[in-house]
Design a binder for this molecule. Sequence first.
Ligand code: NAD
Length: 435
Amino acid sequence: MTGNKNEELDLYVVAQNQFDRALAWVDDLKEGMIDYLKEPKRTTHVHFPVYMDDDSVCMFHGFRVLHNNARGPGKGGIRFHPAVDEHEVCALAAFMTWKTAIADVPFGGAKGGVVCDTKKLSRAEKRRIARRFVIALDDEIGPHTDIPAPDMYTDQETMAWIYDTFDVMHPGEGNRAVVTGKPIELGGSLGRDEATARGCLYATEQLLTHDLVPGLDKLEGASVVIQGCGNAGGTALRLYHEAGAKVIAISDSSGGILAPDGLDPKAVLAFKREHGTVVGLPDTTTITNEELLQTKCDILIPAAMENQIREDNAGGVKAKLIVEAANGPTTPRADAILDANGIIVLPDICANAGGVVVSYFEWVQNLENQQWKLDKVNEMLKERMTRATDTIIERWQDIRDKERPPHGKPTLRDAALVTAVCRVAKVTMQRDIWM
Ligand code: NAD
């Protein structure tokens, strides 16, 4: 990742700065409460050994952070990535606290990660890492305490291994609700695999009904650019296309492709499956990820990783609306530049909440031994995403004229954080957690 060397790119510092800034629009929060909301409740480090395919043994380092559980058990994905560290996981766990509050699901915020490069691991090595990680975490996770889900470079299969390992450790306890994002046959919910992107779609459609984006009031015919072609980005490509938008560019970690007349999702996804990248798809122009972010379009969807839109490149963004499918893709300095340029940002803690919403549905189905129909899941997802989007926009309309030096006027991200912070603070006070 490049960037201006003066810009703070530590995701935890970014998350804390966003929180501090939003407090400018929150009244009556005691200092102790602010500290409580800001800091993670528990941070667990584990080191564990794994047999590699060549018979060597490697040590791996993993984390699980429970940021806040005032509103319910911790909830958040597990990511496998070579660059994952404690700060990143703490920040992502905090985002989950705010996200579950905005989506109004009865969970707190948590996140986990293992430092590893899945591109260099066999399936069997990845499986052993997942299993040893769960064993090392011991009772830190559980159906009523902290419930993992997929994130970058983990998927349904990884969730199946996590469930199975936990179930072996706790026999006879009906453990399906310990993890969400499982295969359907193991208690996964219909619709969970595409929930993050579908939630983004519903949130985008709802935002466009509010007339906030000049010259853009519907998805039909809108040009869309997507960074990332995994669970969030690849599914967004298909769903935005089905909704009538024209996706003109998409990328992955190897680079991007551009087709001004619109990409065919089936062809892109089939090519990616076969070649491991979208780059090289016939009848497209190869571009870099930097060029992709600066491509003129109506809607830009960062769906890869954090810190992609920064001080050094935000000025070149030519979208009217940014929908953050990824967590933390925009830095605070980039936020200021985008705001000054009149570009609206639908923030991650609202835009990508669809994943945790359907994870909540999966958890409920597991506890009740039910399997809901796909239509029911999508209808309930739409209801929640619509309400969440309306809530943050209404909050923004309430506070938009309140100038708070040195921050200026609030953005949608500020309004989303204010909504979340007030909800978590209210429950904390009702529980009177100080005893
Ligand atoms: P994934 O592993 O399925 O896909 C990640 C994609 O990003 C891949 O296509 C990869 O090639 C691409 N990528 C990686 N590094 C890149 C780079 N430097 N430049 C461009 N592309 C790059 O992961 P995912 O589950 O789709 O998650 C993507 C983002 O969405 C993450 O920020 C994650 O936290 C967030 N998110 C995911 C979910 C979910 O349910 N999967 C829910 C909420 C938020």
